[in-house]
Write a protein that binds this ligand. Structure first.
Ligand code: MG
Length: 368
């Protein structure tokens, strides 16, 4: 396929409630949309780093700059042998996985539309619906948290995830475990602890039979995580530390984790996500789909990815109303009665871009 036109959009959407984690509070998402047109067919991709480089060294502004000045000029007018070719073409440019994912995911959606196939099937998916976990940021009090967890359990979510951090850890986890003795839940530390200072805290979490501890240590670390995994019984799950297939290969060799959170944005797109899913499955390691603050366009891509067989733990897949008053697709992602999302049976993801709402959310647009 020949890439005839690429449209890059910077969109700002307010969140319906502030989201607090160990690295700060976010009140809106700044997300990047890419519309790719080839041979009269179009595909949409999305990448949602945070507005400030707190989760990752990339942020929405750096992604805009790298896409506009380097990546998209290199792809506009190019002849590609399918979506896997995008990652290969962009490989000479180091790092910047969130920027790459914006256009890489669009190429997969485009290919699904060219073939008239659901995206999940194109990626190798085998499920018709995917399970969604419930996530809670750091709350104002334990009582507020317990109320929210009770509502999520009553709604039927198959697992819960709690953000924890210094001053909001052991007592929070103990309260949730005492209130919900059989609940499947895990904690996400967003890299806030260190092996040198916090080993006793992390070892104390073993008492609560968590499904996993997500990214306890430094965001670039694999070695201390391997050491930690040898010293605690709870599986370590990596998120921030894995930026590529190669990072995951190293994590496997070092024994840095026993579970993996796969976010296409963090690793450069869907081809890398599918490859890490395959390697995790072959290693017998549970994988699950992680999310950022994507609009319905990006959530649709994540739902399709989650249909692959290696995703054995419910994903961070959120219904639109969880974060947005007005989302960017029609329909918007909604949970079914069993806390699942239906995988697409039509070409692409089944969530069509809503152009009027996208126009309203767009603060910058450029064509290549
Ligand atoms: Mg995480």
């Amino acid at each position: 396929m020949r890439i005839d036109c690429i449209e890059l959009r910077y969109c700002e959407l307010p969140l319906t409630e502030p989201w607090r984690t160990s690295f700060g509070t976010d009140t809106e998402t700044h997300t990047l949309l890419v519309r790719l047109i080839a041979d009269g067919v179009e595909g949409w991709g999305e990448s949602s780093p945070l507005p400030r480089p707190t989760y990752s060294p990339e942020c929405s502004a750096t992604c805009w700059a790298v896409l506009a000045e380097v990546l998209l000029p290199a792809l506009a007018g190019a002849e590609l042998n399918g979506p896997a070719d995008v990652a290969r073409r962009l490989a000479p440019f180091r790092g910047n996985p969130f920027a790459k994912a914006a256009v890489e995911t669009a190429a997969w959606d485009l290919e699904a539309h060219r073939r008239g196939e659901p995206l999940g099937r194109l990626l190798g998916g085998t499920r018709s619906e995917v399970e969604a976990g419930a996530d809670f940021g750091i709350q104002t009090s334990i009582d507020v948290l317990l109320e929210k967890v009770a509502a999520a359990v009553a709604a039927g979510h198959p697992r819960i995830k709690l953000k924890i951090g210094h001053g909001h850890d052991i007592e929070v986890v103990r309260a949730v475990r005492e209130a919900f003795p059989d609940l499947v839940f895990h904690v996400d530390c967003n890299a806030c602890y260190s092996l040198a200072d916090d080993l006793p805290t992390l070892q104390a979490l073993d008492a609560f039979e968590l499904a996993m501890i997500e990214q306890p240590l430094h965001y670039r670390d694999l070695v201390d995580h391997a050491e930690l995994q040898r010293r605690i019984a709870t599986p370590v799950c990596l998120d921030e530390s894995v930026h590529s297939v190669r990072d995951f290969e190293l994590a496997l060799r070092l024994g840095s984790c026993r579970a993996i959170n796969i976010k296409p944005g963090r690793i450069g797109g869907l081809a890398a996500a599918v490859e890490i899913e395959r390697r995790a499955r072959e290693a017998g390691m549970p994988a699950w789909v992680g999310g950022m603050f994507e609009s319905g366009i990006g959530v649709g891509l994540l739902i399709e990815l989650a249909s692959l067989p290696g995703f054995t733990y419910p994903g961070d897949l959120f219904p639109s109303e969880r974060f947005y008053a007005e989302d960017l697709t029609a329909p918007v992602p909604r949970l079914g009665p069993e806390c699942t999302f239906a995988v697409s049976t039509e070409p692409g993801t089944g969530y069509q871009p809503h152009i009027d709402r996208i126009e309203r959310a767009t603060t910058r647009v450029e064509h290549f």
